[in-house]
Design a protein around this ligand. Structure first.
Ligand SMILES: [Zn+2]
Length: 71
């Protein structure tokens, strides 16, 4: 079985892990929601969970509280 000859120093491990940080995902405002004076931070290239629009087109139907009251 292959085994390491010497242990790594703490510094060597920590230096390697300086590159392991996760990046903050870039967000944009949903153009449909923004036109309704509502700022919704939105991940890029994703359907807006509030209005269900993507690239100016309704892609999914979003359930709202108003519809539940109508039933
Ligand atoms: Zn939206």
């Amino acid at each position: 079985m292959p085994n390491p000859k010497r242990r790594h120093s703490n510094t060597r491990t920590r230096k390697r892990r300086t590159h392991d940080l996760m990046e903050v995902r870039a967000t944009t405002a949903c153009p449909t929601c923004a036109s309704r004076d509502q700022y919704v931070p939105l991940a890029r290239h994703r359907v807006c969970p509030v209005c269900g629009y993507y690239r100016g087109r309704a892609v999914i139907q979003v359930k709202t509280k108003d519809k539940k009251k109508a039933k």
